[in-house]
Every structure is written in C-alpha cells, then in structure tokens.
Design a protein around this ligand. Structure first.
Ligand SMILES: Nc1ncnc2c1ncn2[C@@H]1O[C@H](COP(=O)(O)OP(=O)(O)O)[C@@H](O)[C@H]1O
Ligand SMILES: [Mg+2]
Ligand SMILES: [Zn+2]
Length: 516
C-alpha cells in the first residue's frame, strides 16, 4: 500500500514542502529511505520503528520504502520523523491515508513516541500557509512560536505531546489543543542611560546612531565606560515592526536561539559575541547552514567590544554581509542565505596602552609603530563604514562617587529618536529617499535630502582638506548631518550640523597627529 504525509524542509529561511511517500510491500522486512536523506534522516527509521512499536504497530513483516520528494532537495534533521511515522502507519494499514492530506506534520520522535521540539517551526509554518495547508501539527514545546503563524496566516495549528495522541486525533478518537500564543514575547531587559554619569558626547553619539541607524565606534582607554554606554543602545531603538519581528524570530528559530515557550521577538536583538568568536560563530556555518551572530543581530545591534582583539578573518568576513544586508553560507553540500543587516556598534582602545590621543589625561607610552600595528588589526573597510567614531574619556572619579546627578533617562532620549526616525520614514514614504534610515541613504538620496548650502559646502571642503578625509567620509558626514537636523526637526542642514558631524571621525586622522 502507498501512503503520503506532508512536512516542510528549510533552506536558510526558505520553506520547501516535502512529501513523505511510504510504500509497504510483502517480503523480507526492510526499511529504506530514499530521496536525498542525510544521515540524520536515515536514522529516523530507528526512532519511527520504536515509536510505532510503542503504539502497537510492529513493522517486522513489512518491506518499507520511504521516498522523500522532491528527490533533488537535501533532507536533513529529525524534523521529518512525525510525518514519516504517520505515512508508515497508513502504508501498513494502520490508518486511513486520506486523513493525512491537508495537514502538515513537524516533530522529532523519541524511541518512546514522545514528540520533541525542532528548529525553524515559524518559517516552516509560514511555508505551510503559503502552500495551502489548512492545518499543522507541531511539538508542544514549539507551540508559542507556532501560534504566531496561526494568528497571522489563519492556519490551524495544533500541538501534540506524542505520536499516540496525534494518531487518536486523526482517527477522530481524541482531541489536540490549539497552539497557544505566549503571553511572554521576547523582551530583553534594558539598561538605562540614567546610570551613566556625565559623558555628554558619548550619550549624544548613542542618540544620533539610534536616530539615523548609524554604525558607531567608541575609542577610549579601559574603564572609560565604553561597554557600559554600548549596552544602552537597544533601549533607544524603536520596537521591531510586525514584519521585522517575524523575520528576526524566524532567524532565531532556525538558529535554535528562541527561548522555549516564548513568542515573537519584539525588541531589537543585541548580540555581543566575545572577541574569541570563531568565523563560523560570527558569520554562520553548519550543515544545514545556521545563522551566525551577524544574522542573529539582523535589524538589531551587533556589538563588537574590543574590536582589535577579534580574529582578522572574522572581521574581514563581516564586510560582505554588512555591505549586502545578507550573508550566503556555502558548504560542500549545501548553501543558504540569511538576512544580516545589523547596526554595528564597536569599542576599542586607541592603542595597546589605551591612552593614545588622551594626552591631556595620561601620556601614551606606545611607539608610533606599535600604535599603527594595533590599528592595522582593525581592517580599513570595516572602520570605513562606521559613520560615527568618537573618543570616550573616563569621567572624573569625583563625578563617579558623588551624589547621582540628573542624567537623562532612556525613555526621554528615545522619544527624540522616534521623532527623528518618523521624519526619515516620511521622506521614504514620499519617495524622496530609497531607504528608511539616514545611514542607508544612497549618494543620489544625499543630493536630494542632505545637500549643504553654499556656505556649508565651503566649510565642509575646508574641513575635509584639513583633516585629510576621504571622499567616502564626505558622504558619511552628510548622512550624520542629516540625522542631526532630523533630531531637531529641521529640513535644512546647517554648517553647524556639518561641523559637528565631521567631529565624529576620530580615526580618519593620522596617528602621528595625535601622539604629540
Ligand atoms: N560615566 C560613567 N558613569 C557611571 N559609571 C561608570 C562610568 N564610566 C565607567 N563607569 C563604571 O566603570 C565600569 C567600567 O566601565 P566599562 O564600560 O567596562 O569601561 P570600558 O568598556 O571603557 O573599559 C562600569 O561598569 C561602571 O561601573
Ligand atoms: Mg569594555
Ligand atoms: Zn599607547
């Protein structure tokens, strides 16, 4: 007898329907899986045989062939177990095969028949809805994630604990409960800006970066508060839109990074990989390819603390995704593309001793050569794309131990950020720009919405010449100036905006000029 059950494979975040066709014949007992199954899928025979045994369906008198179609799509992982078990059950006459049409099955089976959670349920169910399935059965532990799709796409999603209850349900002998939306969306706890004493320029840089979506680098000695400041960025950013939240949640789901029982990821991700992170961990890897930190930070913040300590190869590997907004992970047998468009936030010491350029505070003891060598570890192209670079000096000890001042808190700054973002979104909606944030404005956009007047142009040219900045830096200054004007609700960009924007280019200046 022949029976068919339905399930869903993923390539990157793209769902691909898989038909599990099971043929049962007479003859010597056998259990073959064909249709490009990887080892993990072939192993499912062991789990399926045991799980069916648990519900009283022995397979030892059947010659079974499982075909996973389409045959040219590689099948990896244990997610197909449930569909294979049900298709097999129908093929050996244990259930009417018609009951399996229209429903998508996802889940790994244990030897006892329990259904274990799997990765990527959210994007797989989006695929189920798109391919016209009316119903899906998923592991209970994936219920909160699955309910997001049920709500958004009108798919009936049921959760199950074990094979027996799914079989009972299909036979009309029992019920399965609907996937429940989780009360707890994923909101990371937010560190507040009011904890930071002083540091007016660094705070302002955070505000500008949040408002325009600019990348930001803090340069300063140890203890200056760089890490503390960076951790306050997520609180300043607007919440994810519904569409953004779906993509971010899908990436986390595929990476296995979605906390169990939680629903949609609502706050912008803040990923803080240690500088010892491997290229694979940062960029993504594996078979099937899994997203790395740069993708987990998509539409959020990728914080590279102690930037020069990262592997050169890892930093170099970031260039392409940061340019394209997506990363392609290629392995011998498979490849996949994941979104990768985070805001880049970085911190570094100016030199090995930490005090180069801070001579007013303490004198740098490094030779110019050592400083140059140290800076060279941070590859030019990455530094080049960071719009905002500024020095952070430690606040005076007296300011740290004194009574707390009245520092602005995150919610106040965030209100200004949101207003500035609204101006950018309006220009975008009116078709004046090709991007919804200033950081992503194309050169053509800049001519239209960030052109300085004659005075501004003269000021800027003098400044760029004097500091030896590149033509590329020119565009960055215009983008930041646009954000400064937006933060004040102005349409025109003033010379003041340009001067201030140009001040955020500390690393463009030659080292020798700093070390007096
Ligand atoms: N401006 C500040 N306001 C309050 N605390 C500060 C400030 N600067 C530094 N600190 C304190 O010093 C510690 C070290 O700061 P940190 O952010 O780790 O510095 P860095 O990353 O520059 O080495 C912080 O955890 C914080 O307790
Ligand atoms: Mg630090
Ligand atoms: Zn030094």
């Amino acid at each position: 007898m022949l029976a068919t059950a339905h399930t869903m494979a993923l390539v990157g975040l793209s769902p691909h329907p898989v038909r599990v066709e099971v043929h049962s014949g007479r003859g010597t007992a056998s259990f073959d899986v064909v249709g490009l199954p990887e080892a993990t899928v072939r192993e499912s025979r062991v789990r399926v045989r045991a799980a069916l045994g648990q519900i009283g369906v022995p397979l030892h008198s059947h010659a079974l062939t499982v075909n996973l179609a389409p045959a040219d799509l590689r099948k990896i992982g244990s997610v197909f177990d449930l569909a294979i078990a049900l298709g097999t059950l129908a093929a050996v006459g244990g259930m009417d095969g018609l009951l399996l049409s229209d429903t998508l099955f996802l889940g790994e089976l244990s030897l006892t028949g329990a259904i274990h959670p799997v990765r990527g349920v959210l994007p797989r169910l989006v695929g189920a809805a798109a391919h016209g399935f009316h119903r899906a059965v998923v592991p209970r532990a994936n219920g909160a994630e699955a309910a997001i799709v049920a709500r958004a796409e009108g798919l009936e999603v049921l959760v199950a604990d074990d094979l027996a209850s799914v079989v009972a349900f299909l036979r009309g002998e029992g019920a399965l409960s609907a996937a429940e939306p989780s009360g707890t969306e994923v909101h990371d706890p937010v560190a507040d800006l009011s904890d930071v004493r002083g540091q007016p320029s660094a705070r302002q840089a955070l505000e500008i970066a949040a408002a325009g979506g600019h990348d930001l680098l803090f340069v300063g000695p140890a203890g200056a508060g760089k890490t503390m400041l960076a951790r306050r960025m997520p609180g300043l950013l607007p919440p994810l839109s519904d569409e953004e939240a779906l993509v971010v949640t899908a990436i986390h789901s595929v990476a296995g990074a979605l906390p169990e029982g939680h629903g949609l990821v609502r706050t912008r991700p803040f990923r803080w990989p240690h500088h010892s992170v491997s290229d694979a961990g940062l960029l993504g890897s594996g078979d099937p390819p899994r997203p790395g930190e740069v993708s987990l930070a998509h539409d959020g913040v990728l914080f590279l603390d102690e930037l020069p300590e990262f592997r050169r190869s890892a930093i170099d590997g970031l260039r392409q995704p940061l340019e394209d907004g997506a990363i392609r992970i290629t392995r011998a047998k498979s490849s996949a593309t994941f979104p990768a468009r985070p805001m880049l936030l970085a911190a570094m010491n100016p030199c090995p001793c930490g005090w180069n350029g801070f001579d007013g505070v303490r004198v740098c003891t490094c030779t110019t050569d050592r400083v140059r060598h140290y800076r060279a570890r941070v590859s030019g192209p990455i530094l080049d794309r960071i719009d905002l670079q500024l020095r952070v000096e430690p606040v005076h000890v007296a300011a740290l131990v004194g009574p707390p001042g009245r520092e602005e808190c995150t919610s106040v700054v965030r209100r200004r950020v949101l207003a500035a973002r609204a101006m950018q979104a309006e220009r975008w909606a009116r078709g004046e720009t090709s991007a919804s944030t200033n950081a992503r404005l194309a050169p053509r956009d800049l001519e239209r919405v960030a052109a300085p007047d004659a005075t501004g142009r003269a000021v800027l040219e003098a400044l760029l010449g004097q500091r030896g900045m590149s033509a590329r830096a020119y565009g960055k200054v215009l983008r930041v100036a646009r954000t400064l004007a937006d933060l004040q609700g102005r349409t025109a960009i003033t010379s003041q905006d340009l001067l201030q924007a140009a001040d955020f280019r500390v690393l463009d200046r030659p080292i020798d000029a700093e070390a007096a």
